[in-house]
Design a protein. Structure first.
Length: 531
């Protein structure tokens, strides 16, 4: 595999398995296009078919592969084979490809399994043009949501260029790519139907530790079914589930979703992400039994205490680690996003000196979110960062575990950027939110919409879909009151002061507050007490 291009050559045995799934190719499609043909494994496989297509066109950037393939395919079985040299990122598949024949068209292949940012890191000169093909907001691009798989770009590009020719697609790709293409087709209203995904063993075929599949769909007039059957293997006879788009969102299991869709809506609270800094060895500190703090280099650190906060990570939340036993503390250099950190020279001289000594770490940060900002800036900072109570969950783990967090040693807990949380300034409110999120109704809804094979299964976008009041309306209030009281007591232990919830009347009052959570995301008096 030429790493600077990010492509995996397809083993001939896998090609044969793929073509076997599709059935007699020549009976269904007169023409076949392979947009990233590489060594030509799919072209060779097509030519081995009992009934091959009448015409095959392959597109490949590497001239050596094109020359080799051209020699190999000359005069084979009377099938017209043409190799077009070019990049799938640049070729206009509508106008640049000249066909000798007409008829049904199949687009088949194995586009590169690599992201655009990875290609950039590899310093490849074959990178897709920087276009907002997914129609992302600017802030999403900055925070990494606009990073995309090259295969996704290639498939969507060809879809848009060949839609009028009503092609079918059959692609080896990551499962996330297949789902993103389905979502894109629904978002822009492309004709899309008869889709299925068959999982493959990527480690066996490519030595890759990713969830991958064979992805098939058709485009054509009147075809608008934004659903996709999911099979466990190439050989499976019946699907294990059906993925689809509902209310503009991807749903992992449509059958389960029909039972839990009442929880689909807009969360009454704003979900936030933890602090992003990209300099863990410098700002994440560990406290030993004597109370001394050390950074990731093993250096003892002494800075102003008002810039130190107990740190909880996603793994702590998932493993139900007692936050009171945390030994990790985080240096937080700002009170709010965009604040100039130069004032630390006067307000926190010890911290300023420490940051200067480790300024090289900050300068090595590559993320574009730090460009044009103060030298020691962080991201994911706001009044919500310093809320005394939080309901938090890890975004990386395969099971949702929602935890309530209260202050430790008088300091609000902060979370790293693997976590999402709802900030709160009242313990009973945080307890209620956690009880609702941990209910079986909420967990069933999450299970129906979440894709656990994703790198980050739980996202802010998914969590923001949970309607807390809809869930509360279906729960037993006496039982809910008991759960909330237990959660409040656990936070009271963190506060080292008693805190009781006085029964159903108070539960009703707290439920009523859910309508006002979005406007109470800032508490100036608490902020002033911290800084």
């Amino acid at each position: 595999m030429p790493e600077h291009l990010g492509d995996y050559q397809t083993p001939p045995a896998l090609v044969d398995e793929v073509l076997k799934v599709l059935g007699p190719i020549g009976d269904r499609w007169d023409r076949v296009l392979e947009p990233t043909c590489g060594h030509g494994a799919f072209i060779e496989g097509l030519l081995r078919c009992m009934k091959p297509p009448r015409e095959i066109v392959g597109v490949e950037l590497q001239s050596g592969l094109v020359a080799r393939a051209a020699r190999a395919y000359s005069g084979t079985r009377g099938v017209s084979v043409h190799l077009h040299r070019g990049s799938a990122y640049e070729v206009d598949f509508r106008n640049d490809i000249v066909w000798k024949r007409s008829g049904p068209l199949l687009v088949i292949g194995n586009p590169p399994w690599v992201t655009n940012s990875r290609l950039g890191a590899l310093r490849s000169d074959n990178v897709p043009r920087k276009t907002n093909f997914k129609r992302m907001r600017g802030i999403d691009a900055l925070t990494g949501a606009a990073n995309f798989d090259v295969a996704e770009f290639v498939i969507i590009k060809i879809m848009s260029e060949l839609v009028e020719r009503e092609p079918a697609f059959c692609m080896l790709c990551k499962t996330t790519v297949a789902r993103n293409v389905l979502q894109h087709a629904a978002n822009v209203g492309l004709p899309f139907a008869n889709a299925w995904m068959r999982r493959i063993d990527a480690r066996r075929w490519f030595g890759a530790s990713v969830d991958a599949c064979l992805f098939f769909f058709e485009m054509g007039r009147g075809l608008t079914s934004y659903e996709m059957q999911v099979f466990t293997s190439l050989e499976a006879k019946s699907p294990e589930s059906v993925v689809g788009v509902r209310n503009s969102h991807l749903v992992a299991d449509l059958t389960s979703y029909e039972r839990t869709s009442f929880a689909e809506g807009h969360c009454q609270a704003v979900w936030r992400q933890g602090v992003k800094h990209d300099v863990a060895k410098t700002v994440e500190l560990t406290r030993d039994s004597t109370g001394s703090l050390y950074n990731g280099y093993g250096e003892r650190v002494e800075v102003e205490g008002d810039r130190l906060f107990p740190l909880v990570k996603g793994s702590d939340l998932f493993n139900n680690k007692d936050p009171l036993k945390t030994s990790r503390w985080l240096i937080v250099t700002q009170k709010e996003l965009g604040e100039d950190t130069n004032h630390l020279r006067n307000t926190s001289p010890a911290l300023w000196q420490y940051l200067k000594e480790h300024s090289g770490d900050f300068q090595l940060r590559k993320s574009s979110i730090y460009k044009g900002r103060s030298p020691y800036a962080m991201f994911g900072i706001g009044s919500y960062t310093f809320s005394p109570f939080k309901v938090a969950v890890s975004g990386l783990h395969k099971r949702p575990v929602f935890r309530t967090l209260g202050p430790i040693e008088g300091r609000p807990v902060v979370l790293d950027d693997t976590c999402y949380f709802i900030p709160s300034y009242m313990a009973d409110e945080a307890g209620l939110i956690a009880a609702l999120l941990n209910s079986s109704l909420c967990k069933d809804f999450i299970q129906s919409v979440c894709f656990w094979d994703s790198k980050r299964p739980l996202t802010k976008r998914l969590l923001q879909r949970i309607d807390l009041k809809a869930i509360a309306s279906r729960l037993d209030l006496p039982e809910l009151a008991i759960q909330v009281e237990q959660l409040v007591e656990s936070m009271g232990r963190a506060l080292k002061e008693g805190s009781k919830l006085g029964g159903l009347r108070e539960i009703g009052e707290v439920l009523a507050r859910l309508d006002h959570l979005n406007v109470r995301d800032k508490e100036p008096s608490y902020q002033n007490s911290l800084f």
